[in-house]
Design a protein around this ligand. Structure first.
Ligand code: PAF
Length: 287
């Protein structure tokens, strides 16, 4: 596996592969890789001849009081895991390669409305930061397909929308969330949990499972279910940000007759802000 740090070196390699008629799959990450990321790599591998992974902790998507400085940076371990997973190219640019000017002066990509709800309400600027860096990475790598985790469900929907709106010729694939044996969704931020918090953390998934079961059984009192979810999280020791039931396709507010739903939650546990979601897809057990 080759590692490159500049757009020029990245493009040179991708151009050679394209010239040979090969399809490029891309997995953008912020590093600190776990099995969930490797499942994205496997998905990319299934649909492409070459897999490019980026590791870039994107300053534009962190708020002023968020964990940009303390976000775990583990490039050597990440490189070893990607090499073992058969990745062809690791793109690990320094900040100046992605943002050649101060952040405040950089052009941004905004996905309106979708970016203002749910996580976007409590993290203003977060989705503009994600949309901007993902658009830039897409322009740098020029992949045929790109793979994202369904754990960050709102992010996936925002990216699908920007690809549609900007007519980018890239297939976006979502991969179901990988979980620890007790149900906790895998996330780099789980490392922030103390042992006591780690024991509580799976309650987030369990609260969502109870709501999903009620929805599958036909309960359509969305406000009451959301309230119940919030109460259960508080009782378990979380500081919930939101519990929300939405249409799975576009995160708009659901109606009684909508069948494809997603129940999403974000909640603080100590210094970790955890997010999770479950999809309700008629005819299946959900994702
Ligand atoms: O999901 C992530 O790790 C990041 O938000 C992404 C998509 C790599 C953009 O920085």
């Amino acid at each position: 596996m080759k590692t490159v740090n500049t757009v020029e070196a990245l493009r040179e390699q991708v151009r050679a592969w394209r010239g040979a008629g090969e399809r490029i799959g891309f997995v953008p990450t912020m590093g600190n890789l776990h099995a969930g990321h490797l499942s994205l790599v496997e998905q990319a591998r299934r649909g492409a001849d070459r897999v490019v992974v980026s590791v870039f902790v994107n300053p534009m998507q962190f708020g002023p009081n968020e964990d940009y400085d303390s976000y775990p940076r583990t490039l050597d371990a990440d490189r070893a895991r990607l090499e073992a997973a058969g990745v062809d190219l690791l793109f690990a640019p320094p900040v100046e390669e992605v943002y050649p000017a101060p952040l405040a002066e950089m052009t941004r990509v905004e996905v309106p409305e979708l970016s203002a709800i749910l996580c976007g309400r409590s993290r203003p600027g977060f989705f503009a930061g994600v949309a901007t860096v993902v658009t830039k990475l897409f322009n740098m790598v020029q992949p045929d397909l790109a793979v994202f985790g369904e754990k960050d469900y709102q992010q996936l929907i925002v990216i699908r929308r920007l690809v549609r709106d900007l007519s980018l010729p890239i297939l976006i694939e979502g991969v179901p969330t990988l979980r620890e044996p007790d149900g906790l969704a895998m996330s780099s931020r789980n490392a922030y949990l103390t042992p006591a918090e780690r024991r509580v953390a799976p309650q987030l998934h369990h609260a969502l499972e109870r709501l999903a079961a009620a929805l599958r059984a036909g309960d359509r009192d969305f406000p009451a279910l959301e309230q119940l979810g919030l109460q259960q999280l508080e009782l378990a020791g979380f500081r919930p940000d939101y519990v929300s039931i939405r249409r799975a396709a576009d995160l708009s507010l659901p109606g009684r007759d909508d069948a494809e739903l997603v129940v999403l939650a974000a909640a603080w546990l100590g210094r970790a802000r955890l997010i999770d979601n479950l999809r309700i897809v008629p005819g299946t057990d959900g994702a």
